[in-house]
Design a protein around this ligand. Structure first.
Ligand code: HEC
Length: 131
């Protein structure tokens, strides 16, 4: 093979690889976003007349299992990139939420008030929820 042809082949293969790595990366990001949406739906929102898990957790009525999953979901959020808005603000809000939910598990007089402040839907959505 001529040298220039070999170069062409190599660049061709390299760019093909780059494209598939990019595609995989985007795929993973999509999965993360979908899991955040699913988590919001399952834990922050409930059908009419039913308390969502976050409300039950606030009232001390969530089962230990529900509380565990809630905490795990918040942990995922702290690890995820902000779907929108400032990374530092996202990190601060999700870390607070994660810590507050762990506080609910431990109990204590301030736990519910802290969680209530941290789970402020509007404060987070207005900055970080994509339209
Ligand atoms: C710390 C940040 C944060 C808090 C607090 C928060 N959310 Fe969200 N929520 C998000 C983000 C980010 C999205 C968008 C996820 C996406 O589009 O990938 C979202 C999306 C949603 C969705 C849309 C799901 C969908 O299918 O599009 C619902 C419903 C929702 N949240 C309910 C709530 C409710 C109710 C509360 C308060 C009890 C709340 N959230 C508190 C960050 C938050």
């Amino acid at each position: 093979m001529k040298k220039s042809n070999r170069m062409k082949l190599i660049t061709g293969v390299a760019s093909l690889l780059a494209v598939s790595v990019l595609a995989l990366h985007l795929q993973a990001a999509d999965d993360k976003e979908d899991s955040m949406k699913a988590f919001m739906k399952a834990y922050h929102k409930a059908p009419k007349g039913v308390d969502p898990i976050c409300k039950k957790a606030l009232d001390g009525k969530a089962t230990p299992e529900e509380l565990k999953k809630l905490i795990a979901g918040y942990k995922e959020m702290t690890l995820a990139k902000a779907p929108k808005g400032d990374e530092a603000s996202w990190k601060e809000k999700t870390t607070k939420l994660y810590a507050a939910a762990q506080g609910l598990e431990k109990g204590g007089p301030e736990a519910a008030a802290k969680y209530k402040a941290a789970v402020d839907c509007k404060a987070c959505h207005s900055l970080h929820k994509p339209d």
